[in-house]
Ligand binder design. Structure first.
Ligand code: NAP
Ligand code: ZN
Length: 346
């Protein structure tokens, strides 16, 4: 079927309306009418070529919430009319040790990304900035009805990408967690870490968003443009989640970790990050990374968010505002996630 979409025609070019082909619904597939699609900074890195060449035209979008309109003959877990979500991954081998452990994002055959990736049938995947998507049922999540659909969309990437490391590194009561960057991922990290019971500090470039940060669940808020911040907070955190989309001075942030503390990088800037190893040796610190989360863990995160009434702070936009939204994200002027109302795709 031919559906309306918004695509980047080539690297760095503005997105424009187009149509794309969706495959026929296979036995284990679900056809989803997309209601909302979040704008992740990864969409911008991809279409701007920050991460290397891409199979243009690219339809981004991996924070999808929609309604099931058709299911294949073998699908039992989703039914027509269900409210569902799709995140960053639409397929993996399902049989390797990582897939079997629920870490499909680290599939040994490589997970298939929701867009700009080569699917198992050789076609290129196209994402959620479109009216419909066909996805293997095993990679489709159930989105609790109690969550607002538009505000739930960012949970599918920003939510799971922060939930997974917060859980893995045991954020909870008695843990001092710092979140670097109060953007899409950062504001979800604040809400989720707070709900897990951790003491949460935001480290933002300025104090412009301090009131918001405290309202979202942070206990403390500091500006990283103020050099005193790094002295005042030296050796004071158990866990730092870095969500910054640009290069930062990693060693300076490592200095904020207490003994056995870990700094987890989820930000994925174009440029390599460097560090002074002495900032790791001291206090037996860890510098780590984490990529999204597995399917079962994503469902667990959605259920956790429903239980705690957590959604993203969103600004819902029409499709023709996408390019302007990209500019605002690049200027750190997002509060805190843009979400496309896909009914505006015509
Ligand atoms: P975002 O909404 O743009 O947030 C990034 C935040 O970083 C900004 O709001 C800003 O926060 C801070 N920042 C931006 N430029 C900075 C600079 N030059 N120096 C210091 N701080 C700066 O982006 P996002 O959607 O949250 O994504 C963040 C990063 O995570 C991106 O690189 C994205 O590709 C990556 N990502 C990774 C995964 C994964 O699986 N690991 C998943 C999704 C996204 P303040 O204004 O508060 O300083
Ligand atoms: Zn994303």
């Amino acid at each position: 079927m031919r559906v309306n979409a918004y695509a980047a025609p080539s690297a760095g070019q503005p997105l424009a309306p187009t149509t794309i082909e969706r495959r026929e619904v296979g036995a284990n597939d679900v056809l989803i009418a997309v209601d909302y699609a979040g704008i992740c900074h990864s969409d911008i890195h991809t279409v701007n070529g920050d991460w290397g060449p891409q199979p243009f035209p690219v339809v981004p979008g991996h924070e999808i919430v929609g309604t099931v309109t058709e299911v294949g003959s073998d699908v039992a877990r989703h039914a027509v009319g269900d409210r569902v979500g799709v995140g960053c991954m639409v397929k993996s081998c399902g049989t390797c040790d990582n897939c079997r452990n629920g870490d499909e994002q680290y599939c040994r055959d490589g997970m298939v990304g929701t867009y700009a990736a080569t699917d198992r049938d050789g076609t290129t995947t196209q994402g959620g900035y479109s009216t419909h998507v066909v996805v293997d049922a095993d990679y489709v999540l159930s989105v609790p009805e109690s969550l607002d659909a538009a505000a739930a969309a960012p949970l599918l990437c920003a939510g799971i990408t922060t939930y997974s490391p917060l859980k893995h590194w045991q954020a909870g009561p008695g843990k001092r967690v710092a979140v670097v960057g109060l953007g899409g991922l950062g504001h979800m990290a604040v809400k989720i870490a707070h709900a897990m019971g951790a003491e949460v500090t935001v480290l933002s470039q300025s104090l412009k968003k301090q009131e918001d940060g405290l309202r979202l669940g942070a206990d403390h808020y500091f500006a990283t443009s103020d050099p005193d911040t790094f002295e005042a907070l030296a050796s004071s955190f158990d866990l730092i989640i870095n969500t910054v989309s640009a290069k930062i001075d990693v060693s300076a942030y490592l200095g904020l970790l207490a003994v056995n503390g870990a700094m987890v990088n989820v930000g994925a800037p174009a440029e390599p990050l460097s560090l002074n190893v002495f900032s790791l040796l001291s206090n037996r610190r860890t510098f780590a990374g984490s990529m999204i989360g597995g399917i079962a863990e994503t469902q667990e995160m959605l259920d956790f968010c429903a239980e705690h009434g957590i959604v993203s702070e969103v600004e819902v936009i029409a499709a023709d505002q996408v390019n302007e939204a990209y500019e605002r994200v690049l200027a750190s002027d997002v509060r805190y996630r843009f979400v496309i109302d896909t009914s505006t795709l015509g």
